[in-house]
Design a protein around this ligand. Structure first.
Ligand code: CAA
Length: 696
């Protein structure tokens, strides 16, 4: 056996078998050095007369997670992936691929260019390019529909979903499943190819019959389902090119791929992908997390129940505290309902649900929190209530237990100071429904210990949530920014735009729901309570819109009461509530406003400019560590359109100068609300962007 080190691609020979091993941690991304290494390895083994078969496998987590995302947008270096894969497919000696781990994008395209594929148990394959605003650009749209049924290929390519290895075998993506280690599977596969028991063939040479109706139906479906996204539709257009000879199809695929590569959506989606990872970089990352083996949740309302569900799903036993036995029972029933829903959506197995329920103890006995490692308080948003609870927890909980509060506005420093152990107190702000929404805003108070912060990140990882670090201020990152831009929507409504028009304009822009529909969903009473709480501090110069208060005074809180801005007699439809429309008109009159028209563009421009303005202040004050943290909060907690990459990523598309011009124009109407944030001014003066701040 001979071995030569070609980092990050290793070549090895064993008799007449050539083995190529990808070794580019963490996920064997196909960066320039890997492509060059693979190209050299294929040339070398093809030129070696002793070698009769080649097998490619990967070290570590997976064969390969695909193209190196960090290279996108930079000038190409080294062999291009499509050329390399053509070269592999053209090899006279059969090439076998061993697929293990999560093998995606270019990684799967590499396997498709080989002459047979072996899957390992647990492997998952997919072409997730559409979720990055791209399409498979290295032959994936031409090879997959030749290898498997065209309809199935369209589904995999246009959804970006990950296909488990058993399904991949049934579909014909992998030829066999081998439960040995990647290198052993590669050797076995190579031998099987030599003795003929593993048939080998070039995917490009497989004849294919395209029914154009499949393409039309898929395009139509995607236009309806995801109208804002270009990539899935273009990906289907690329699949349609299989009607052409292979080489021409590849060329067409490349042209469509390059169109998408230059699109702003691609930039936004990759920013969103990176944001999820960037928020892990926190000053406390090196601290040793504390052990969390058991948890307590105080409060069996919607939030408490959702948090308990999320903890149980992460395998953490929960003691849930309610005030009366029947409320504890109701909370347990609500957790059960959530877990049943998770089973229905295939998020967990029936056994997993039973195990989780067995680990739930719903009780009225606060003292039973004496032994838990973590408590999350999720009771009514009232400082006096929190003060009482934290005083009791301080007495009951064991030393070193983490005391978390799910407050969404209140001062976590003040809460911490109600205990004799402020170092153990932290804000853990979940978003409703807490077992579904991915965001966890972690509010780090002045005295919170670094290992308590690190524990929050470890916990978020176990719950598959995206933790974002926030400093202490009213509303933290998300709700503080929301409270500001929400006013822009109210001002437009008072000045003449219908709430229905505002919602529709923002939904067309890409938000899942407009602000008034969201208010109805969340419950209008929540915002009402907050406005009442903040009323004493409201500056005299601030314009105050009373419409929402009038609606609430009628007991109309949105969906839960059957009416709010909209009527919900039929839960599927949303019809404007004529009484709410009448209130809007009456309030305009009372305020002496002559209604004027707003275009949809004006609505989105004002709304987004307001959001960006407050986001810039949150960054400047250090409440958010970097612009990307604000982006992550909005992407994972507020339904911000993913292809725009978050408010401050989107801000860079507009540019600081243009944003300042907008604010100065709007300020002519309301100089108190529309003020240029100093950070925006600094960026405009220095020619920098929010993206530049992320790098600093
Ligand atoms: N390129 C570069 N880096 C990548 C990468 C890629 N394709 N995929 C993952 N990474 C990096 C991550 O950024 C992360 O880096 P840090 O540790 O520095 O933050 C590290 O690898 C580990 O990733 P995760 O934390 O996400 O680890 P995980 O185990 O939870 O998930 C994964 C692994 C399933 C592969 C996930 O990272 C993922 O989905 N990656 C993206 C895969 C993808 O979209 N591939 C297609 C690229 S486009 C293409 O291939 C088509 C083409 O021809 C151009």
């Amino acid at each position: 056996m001979s071995q030569s080190e070609v980092t990050p691609v290793r070549v090895e020979t064993e008799g007449d078998i050539g083995l190529i091993c990808l070794n580019n941690p963490p996920v064997n991304a196909l960066g320039a050095a890997v492509r060059q290494g693979l190209s050299d390895a294929i040339d070398k083994l093809n030129a070696d007369p002793q070698i009769r078969v080649i097998a490619i496998h990967g070290e570590g987590r997976a064969l390969s997670a695909g193209a190196d995302i960090r290279e996108f947008g930079k000038p190409p270096v080294g062999p291009r992936l499509p050329d390399l894969l053509d070269r592999i497919e053209a090899s006279d000696k059969p090439v076998i691929a061993v697929v293990h781990g999560t093998t995606l994008g270019g990684g799967l395209e590499l396997a498709l260019s080989c002459h047979a594929r072996i899957g390992l148990p647990g492997a998952r394959v997919g072409l997730p390019e559409v979720s990055l605003g791209l399409l498979p650009g290295a032959g994936g749209t031409q090879r997959l529909p030749r290898l498997i049924a065209v309809e199935k290929a369209i589904d995999i390519i246009s959804s970006g979903r990950r296909v488990p290895v058993d399904e991949a075998k049934d579909l014909g993506i992998v030829d066999r499943i081998d439960d040995s280690a990647p290198r052993e599977a590669a050797l076995a596969g190579a031998k099987a190819a030599l003795d003929g028991s593993l048939p080998t063939r070039r995917t490009a040479e497989i004849a294919v019959d395209l029914d154009p109706a499949l393409i039309e139906a898929a395009t139509e479906r995607l236009r309806k389902k995801r109208p804002a996204l270009a990539a899935p539709i273009k990906a289907v257009e690329a699949v349609a090119q299989i009607a052409k000879p292979f080489a021409e199809g590849l060329k067409a695929e490349r042209a469509l791929f390059m169109e998408l590569m230059d699109s702003p959506d691609r930039q936004g989606l990759i920013h969103a992908f990176n944001a999820e990872r960037a928020v892990k970089r926190i000053p406390e990352a090196q601290a040793e997390p504390r052990k969390v083996e058991t948890a307590g949740v105080i409060g069996g309302g919607t939030m408490g129940v959702g948090i308990a569900t999320a903890l149980l799903q992460a395998g953490i036993p929960v003691t849930l505290i309610e005030m009366a036995p029947e409320r504890a029972e109701a909370a347990e029933a609500a957790v059960t309902k959530n877990l049943d829903g998770a089973v229905k959506r295939s998020k967990m197995t029936a056994e997993g649900r039973d195990k989780a329920l067995a680990a739930l103890n719903a009780t009225t006995d606060l003292e039973s929190l004496a032994s838990v490692d973590l408590v999350i308080e999720a009771v009514f948003e009232e400082m006096s209530v929190k003060a009482e609870i934290f005083g009791k927890l301080d007495r009951i909980c064991k030393p070193g237990a983490i005391l978390g509060t799910n407050t969404s506005y209140l001062d976590v420093n003040a809460i911490a100071d109600m205990t004799s152990r402020p170092q153990d107190v932290i804000g853990l702000h979940f978003f409703s429904p807490a077992h579904v929404m991915r965001l966890l805003e972690v509010v780090v108070a002045d005295k919170t210990a670094p290992e308590v912060v690190a524990t929050a990140w470890a916990l978020a990882g176990r719950m598959k949530k995206v933790a974002v670090r926030s400093g202490v201020c009213d509303g933290f990152i998300g709700n503080r920014i929301l409270a500001h831009y929400r006013k822009a929507a109210d001002y437009m409504m008072l000045d003449g735009a219908g709430f229905e028009q505002i919602d529709r304009a923002l939904e067309d822009f890409g938000f899942a729901m407009g602000p008034f529909a969201v208010g109805d969903l969340a419950g209008l009473d929540i915002g009402w309570a907050t406005r009442k709480r903040k009323a004493p501090d409201r500056p005299a110069e601030e314009r105050y819109v009373t419409i929402a208060d009038r609606i609430c005074e009628n007991g109309w809180f949105g969906r839960k009461t059957g009416r709010g801005y909209y009527l919900y007699d039929d839960p599927k439809t949303r019809k404007p509530n004529p009484d709410a429309v009448a209130i809007v008109e009456a309030e305009r009159k009372a305020a002496g406003v002559t209604p004027r028209e707003f275009s949809d563009e004006d609505i989105t421009a004002r709304y987004m400019t307001a959001m960006i303005s407050e986001a810039a202040r949150v960054v400047q004050e250090g409440i958010a560590q970097r612009p990307v943290d604000v982006d992550a909060v909005f992407l994972f907690g507020y339904g911000f359109p993913r292809h725009l990459g978050g408010p401050l990523n989107y801000a860079d598309r507009i540019g600081a100068k243009a944003l300042i011009e907008r604010i100065e124009t709007y300020a002519k109407e309301d100089a108190h609300y529309w003020q240029v944030p100093p950070l925006l001014r600094e960026l405009a003066d220095s020619g920098r962007s929010f993206a530049d701040l992320n790098k600093e």
